[in-house]
Design a binder for this molecule. Sequence first.
Ligand SMILES: [Zn+2]
Length: 365
Amino acid sequence: MSGADDLDERYVSIGSKVYRDGVCFGADPTSGLTVINYVSLEHYLRDVLSREMSPGYPAEALKAQAVTARSYALDNLGKHSRYGFDLCSSTCCQMYTGTDAEYPQTDEACLATRGEILAYDGKLVAGYYFAYSGGYTQNSEDVWTSSVDYLRSVQDGFAPDYFWTAQLSFSEIRAKLEAAGYDPGTILSVRVGSRLANASVAALIVEGSKETVTLSKERVRTALGASTIRSVRFSMGGQPEPAIDIDRGQSGIALWSATGAAAAAETLTLQNASGEASSLPATDLVIWDGHQLVSTSALSETQITFTDDIVTGGTVYFKGMGYGHGVGMPQTSAREMANQGYGYQDILRYYYTDIEICQANECNE
Ligand SMILES: [Zn+2]
């Protein structure tokens, strides 16, 4: 990253690409030559921003993304220092193509937030983001490993609907697990091992003839395919139309009908994967209504049992909401907040807990 004045207009062409500022060349023992664009941070961001968020998004959402992308870039400076550069041009860091992806709207978002970063306790922090929250963002430790103070689960009041379905046969699951380094043998059953307080899946247990594999946290998605299992906010069953129908009645976990408004209902009817219905007194239940756990008594949510969450043969049918790892700012919720009139600082503070937005050298300790 160069300290060049970002208001300078200097260009270099390499092949069909045009880059700002300057380039240098390095020897690479494998590919022969590394072309390094020596570019100011603000120039770099002007191209990166539209790769990470559509320039058609509202201005305040683009500004929020500009601050997160800038923070992410600064936090990752030196990621590739052993090869002689800071950041690569692929999704490993952030997508970057020189000047191909500069647009007036994203340029404006960079300029309006010039130099601004996210800080926690006075220190620069990376701004993580993803596409759709499905109603909740996640604690960092529930997805990855360590607990990070500003990456807390948020009940997302701005999440647009995003539902997905997927199906995986037992043989497909076996193949995916083998590709991921496990040796389960013949798959005997698949079940949800545990759920988080916000009802997202925390562990998926695959019982095999040789080995029982427990997929935890983000490993559920990376092992089975992150574009197949689009979020950990899912229900599953052994029928093409799972018992859990998140479209119907706004119900996330249990397919239910009630004799009144959910929270005030006296009885709730639940249906299992076989279509058998049973009515239970509402006082014994805590239900997921698609956005939050609705307690109908003093019972805690850990007392819910999801009887549909085990499949013992054939195909596993998934139905879920949200798309992405779930940590940090959901971009589509940022768009929704901007459409409702919130500013970019409101958006960032809503999704990054107790965060400060400041110029890099002016953040409060
Ligand atoms: Zn990289």
